[in-house]
Design a protein around this ligand. Structure first.
Ligand code: GUN
Ligand code: ZN
Length: 430
């Protein structure tokens, strides 16, 4: 029997990449009061007319309906360290993050943590994510299993780190390779899951481990790769000492064969022109993590320079360096970061990067990121305003951009009325 559902709301998505600074953009597709018809998990029609009585309905009239957000860089075990006071990246890792991640060697901790994390993503309107668990194979198994249960589009992999990390948090090249291969066999391409060769960052992998990671990528071009790059100035200095033969931090990854169209590199604040050209030429993307970059005092990402060089940019919460799983909070921070550089990020540009733009950068534009027949019905339904301040602001908005920008800037997970994964309700506000 086919599973059917018709959902009504104010539909907003994108048909192209909006240009910088354009508050009126032909890339915006705005279909207020329209019906989305979903059959067996996929959108089959978008229409103004109500469907016939054979369609079960969820009527969200007066609410905003967007494709579910795509968070391209987030750490599932770091809910335990989110909002930790007072340090920059390297100290933050040693003081808070590494000790917390050690707990994920325990299968029960890993399973409970994965469930809490994915449910929290869904409750923030995020239906797809590129995720770091921990170095422990069991943490990746637990995350994939929990994502499969929820039908979510998740890209993840066991974290590779064989040096400069405490006991209980290091692997070695041989065991890590065996674990990766077993996880790839079990999870890559199963349901809506994909494996990412996951190098924590250059300082915590030996050159031998980086080479092994590069070999895995070369053997199977359908694998993703995720890591961190050029986030913090002390980190960049350290990488220069550890890899004197490399031209730059990014070049460490390029030399190991880790830059390709399925590479997702978080941060990329301290890059130069040659790095940006290398990103463009390889097709790798930067997962821009504004909340984390502000919270850890890492720096201000040059989005326009990356884009001008032809490098893809997607949006990431980077929890626990970031302070919220909400992509709305993340986008509001992204606006402020660009404002510090004298740039203005439109709501269109921001929302595109967190939906269609991310989907395309991940090679998943045919599956997620827009409200089009054939796409999976991964959807988030939002209240325009929560509370009297937002309601007042929305009431006086004069244009669609003004309305959507105010919603984006004032909203958070409390605005989320419902989230659907492949047409199935996966979160409903109590
Ligand atoms: N660099 C290496 N590991 C991490 C991490 O867990 N979070 C952030 N923000 N940067 C990193
Ligand atoms: Zn990170």
């Amino acid at each position: 029997m086919t599973a059917r559902l018709a959902i009504r709301g104010d539909l907003l998505d994108f048909t192209a990449e909006p240009a910088w600074g354009e508050t009126e953009s032909s890339a915006v597709r705005w279909r207020p009061g329209h019906w989305l018809l979903v059959e067996d998990g996929r959108i089959v029609s978008v229409q103004a007319e109500a469907p016939g009585p054979e369609w079960p309905r969820e009527d969200h009239a007066g609410r905003l309906v967007l494709p579910g957000f795509v968070d391209t860089h987030v750490h599932s075990p770091q809910l335990d360290v989110i909002a930790s006071y007072g340090s920059e990246l390297l100290d933050w890792l040693n003081t808070y993050t590494f000790p917390a991640e050690r707990r994920y060697a325990d299968p029960q901790v890993a399973a409970e943590g994965a469930a809490l994390f994915l449910d929290a993503l869904l409750a923030s309107g995020t239906t797809a994510a590129v995720v770091f668990p921990t170095v422990h194979k069991v943490s990746a198994d637990a995350l994939f299993a929990a994502a499969a249960e929820r039908g979510m589009r998740v890209i993840a992999g066991k974290v590779l780190m064989d040096r400069h990390a405490p006991d209980g948090l290091r692997d070695d090249v041989e065991q890590a390779e065996a674990d990766c291969r077993a996880l790839i066999d079990r999870w890559h391409g199963r349901d809506r899951l994909a494996y990412a060769v996951t190098v924590r960052f250059a300082p915590t992998s030996t050159p031998e481990q980086l080479a092994m990671a590069g070999r895995l990528c070369a053997e199977d071009p359908t694998l993703y790769m995720q890591t961190h790059v050029a986030e913090n100035r002390d980190e960049v200095r350290w990488v220069r000492e550890l890899f004197p033969e490399a031209r730059s931090y990014l070049d460490v990854y390029a030399r190991a064969g880790l830059l390709h169209p399925r590479s997702v590199l978080a941060h990329g604040i301290w890059l130069d022109d040659a790095d940006r050209a290398a990103l463009r030429d390889s097709g790798a993307q930067i997962a821009h993590s504004p909340s984390s970059n502000l919270f850890l005092g890492s720096g201000l990402f040059g989005w326009r320079a990356a884009e001008a060089a032809g490098a893809a940019v997607s949006m990431a919460s980077d929890v626990g360096g970031g302070t919220s799983l909400s992509m709305l909070r993340t986008l509001a921070d992204a606006y402020k970061v660009q404002a510090m550089a004298g740039e203005r990020l439109t709501a269109w540009k921001a929302l595109h990067a967190a939906t269609r733009g991310a989907a395309q950068a991940l090679g998943l534009g045919h599956e997620i990121g827009s409200l089009e027949p054939g796409r999976h019905a991964d959807l988030a339904v939002w209240d325009w305003a929560v509370g009297p301040v937002a309601r007042q602001r929305l009431d006086v908005a004069q244009s669609l951009h003004e309305q959507v920008f105010a919603w984006m800037t004032l909203g958070d997970e409390r605005n989320l009325a419902a989230a659907y994964v492949a047409g199935r309700i996966s979160h409903r506000r109590a």
